[in-house]
Design a protein around this ligand. Structure first.
Ligand SMILES: Nc1ncnc2c1ncn2[C@@H]1O[C@H](COP(=O)(O)OP(=O)(O)O)[C@@H](O)[C@H]1O
Ligand SMILES: [Mg+2]
Length: 139
């Protein structure tokens, strides 16, 4: 297993996924890519200016979180990469995983604002459904 990808959205659940990803990457001497996708906003009732403000602050927040992750992993023996994409999260994660030819995608079972009544979050379940490589959902 050469390449492991962890999908991170800033949630506790994705922190667990990252922990598992790190553990496996060290065990198998794999490279570890952490990806976070800034979702597009479809809030049509907002003005263009407001939409841009929110999008910018979301991007900034994501960049900050990924930088923190990159720093926390910098002392590890494995190769670590952080990637930020913009758009539909599941689509971008799947597309990047395929392009990078990763061997395993790891996600959390839930995200930041999802409804707990669902057994699996909407993004992770889409990844499980459409991924061409193995997926590990961390609970
Ligand atoms: N924007 C995102 N970027 C990267 N990974 C994400 C993103 N959104 C969700 N994920 C991944 O999917 C997991 C489940 O989240 P999600 O399916 O969005 O659940 P919920 O519906 O509860 O928000 C997260 O723990 C994370 O691993
Ligand atoms: Mg979510």
């Amino acid at each position: 297993m050469q390449k492991i990808m962890v999908a991170h959205d800033g949630s506790k659940s994705s922190d667990k996924a990252l922990k598992k990803g790190l553990e496996l990457a060290i065990k198998f001497n794999s490279s570890l890519t952490v990806i976070s996708v800034v979702p597009e906003l479809y809030l049509t009732e907002l003005s263009e200016v407001d939409r841009k403000k929110i999008a910018d602050s979301l991007s900034e927040e994501t960049a900050h979180a990924m930088e923190k992750i990159r720093k926390s992993l910098s002392g590890k023996t494995i190769e670590v990469k952080t990637v930020i994409r913009q758009g539909d999260p599941a689509e971008k994660i799947l597309e990047t995983a395929q392009k990078m030819k990763v061997d395993l995608i790891i996600t959390g079972s839930h995200g930041r604002h999802g409804a707990k009544k669902f057994l699996l979050g909407s993004i992770s379940s889409k990844i499980v459904d459409y991924s061409r490589c193995p997926v590990l959902v961390v609970k």
